[in-house]
Write a protein that binds this ligand. Structure first.
Ligand SMILES: NC(=O)c1ccc[n+]([C@@H]2O[C@H](COP(=O)([O-])OP(=O)(O)OC[C@H]3O[C@@H](n4cnc5c(N)ncnc54)[C@H](O)[C@@H]3O)[C@@H](O)[C@H]2O)c1
Length: 114
């Protein structure tokens, strides 16, 4: 089963990637690297012993998601990507709404289309 993980290079996503990989799932990581680094991929490869598939993309990019969901034959999606700093969310509520809520809608639209 192919699983797309948003927040793939983030804290929760990368740990989930290890567990899913150990359970035999084929994982594809999706992240815009706004709060994580591509260097995580190297570490994940070392831990899992597998080449990690990664898409550098934003969850608000519905068209990119549609294409990648189809190209990688994705069966399931786990959505963790988001902004989560409490103080910043109070300072920039519209940015957080746009990223987290619109991002989720975008992902759902792409999944429905796929
Ligand atoms: N860390 C915790 O202890 C914890 C506990 C409970 C819930 N959560 C929730 O889990 C989720 C992930 O938290 P985390 O700790 O992994 O955070 P994190 O900042 O380490 O990871 C979030 C990832 O999402 C990516 N991202 C953000 N906006 C994106 C977008 N528009 N498109 C694509 N990628 C985007 C960032 O680049 C980052 O890699 C959050 O919703 C958080 O509230 C975390």
């Amino acid at each position: 089963m192919n699983v797309l993980l948003t927040d793939g290079t983030g804290y929760i996503g990368s740990h989930t990637a290890v567990v899913l990989s150990q359970l035999g799932y084929q994982i594809v990581l999706y992240d815009n690297l706004s709060n994580s680094s591509k260097s995580v991929l190297e570490k994940l490869s070392q831990i899992t012993g597998q080449q990690i598939r990664f898409i550098n993309g934003d969850v608000r990019d519905t068209e990119l998601l549609k294409g990648r969901l189809a190209a990688h034959h994705i069966d399931a999606v786990i959505h963790f990507a988001g902004l989560k700093a409490v103080g910043e969310s109070v300072e920039k509520p519209v940015d957080y709404y746009a990223n987290n809520v619109q991002g989720t809608f975008s992902l759902l639209q792409a999944m429905q289309s796929a």
